[in-house]
Design a protein around this ligand. Structure first.
Ligand code: AKB
Length: 339
């Protein structure tokens, strides 16, 4: 008999840290974790197995099928928006071909198990592409189906993988005589910028928020690469983990769509700075917009409509803007950088 596990790719990334810690502390599932970089020592104790490897390596994925019965795949591995622009074709391979490999793995697992395998996929506000600033200012809360014309490779990859997930769930091998009903149960969250007190993001374009905070907390100078009036939606990591777990646990009948916006608060970079400056008097931040990165953020919505998630699976963030800073980020970050 193969051991029943959940598989987490991109295990050593920001969401991976939060998810492994949470699932590991609850102890209800055996975790198999995969990442191209070594897993933080602190996470090892929560994992049944850690595999150092690439999601493009089909041999590694093949071996997983031999050894484990995978109930749920949390496919977190990806190259984020800024990094992807430096090598778009490599990003495409990792973000799209890597996802395709995992979808195939899920389909194969479902066939063996005779039941659908859940596939949880974090998409992003990068899937949107708002044409100009005036439209961004007047768009209000953007719905899942609006403005889907991303301008980054990462955004194109995320949007396409949302469609692949829908295809593999509902239409895979639709012409085959022996078509199986047990394919995958793809569920996707379109995340805003995420902020963690424990990890610092790398390679994203919403990174100015967390970077400003972590720099100020360490007394370091920070050049913010967007204008002060730049607005983006954000969410803290505990709420991101909560949304992943709630969507995973929702009964399939309750879900009216496969892709859900989730969000919490939407500050401008200036408002972000003001909160940080109050918390860390003397915070040394200069606004030095980088034209191309600013251009990317200007195509992302200032706010998103998460009413479908609220309606279908009772989504609501635990941390609004004030609680995010006062009860989570500031205490944890002060402690982290205490001399
Ligand atoms: C990025 O900036 O690329 C990510 C995202 C918004 O998905 N943080």
């Amino acid at each position: 008999m193969r051991k029943e596990v959940v598989l987490i790719t991109g295990a050593n990334g920001e969401i991976g840290h939060g998810l492994i810690t949470h699932l590991g502390e609850k102890g209800n599932f055996s975790i198999v974790a995969l990442d191209v970089s070594p897993l933080d020592k602190s996470l090892m104790k929560y994992c049944e197995r850690f595999i150092l490897g690439d999601i493009l390596d089909t041999m590694i994925l093949g071996r997983l099928v031999v050894e484990f019965e995978i109930r749920t795949i949390y496919h977190l591995a990806s190259i984020l928006s800024t990094k992807a622009e430096y090598n778009p074709e490599t990003a495409h391979r990792i973000n799209v071909e890597g996802t395709l490999n995992l979808l195939r793995l899920a389909v194969e697992q479902a066939a063996w198990q005779g039941r659908p395998v859940k596939f949880i996929y974090p998409s992003s506000i990068a899937a949107y592409g708002i044409p100009d600033l005036k439209t961004k200012e007047t768009a209000g809360k953007v719905k899942e189906s609006d403005y889907l014309q991303p301008t980054t490779m990462y955004g194109c990859n995320k949007l396409y993988c949302e469609h692949l997930g829908r295809y593999y769930s509902s239409f895979y091998r639709q012409l085959a005589a022996d078509r199986s009903q047990n394919t995958i149960d793809f569920r996707c969250l379109r995340f805003p910028g995420l902020i963690s007190a424990v990890t610092i993001p790398t390679g994203g374009t919403s990174d100015y928020g967390p970077e400003m905070l972590h720099h100020a907390a360490q007394g370091m100078h920070y050049d913010c690469f967007v204008r002060p009036d730049t607005r983006l939606p954000f969410m803290v990591m505990p709420d991101a983990i909560k949304s992943i777990l709630h969507l995973e646990a929702a009964p399939a009948e309750a879900l009216s769509q496969r892709v859900y916006n989730v969000t919490s608060f939407s500050p401008t970079a200036q408002e972000f700075y003001e909160i940080i400056a109050r918390a860390f008097p003397g915070a040394d931040v200069a606004f030095k917009p980088h034209a191309s990165r600013q251009g990317i953020v200007d195509t992302w919505p200032g706010d998103v409509d998460d009413s479908a998630a609220c309606r279908d699976w009772n989504w609501s963030p635990d941390y609004d803007q004030a609680r995010s800073f006062d009860d989570y980020l500031l205490p944890a970050i002060r402690q982290r950088y205490a001399k």
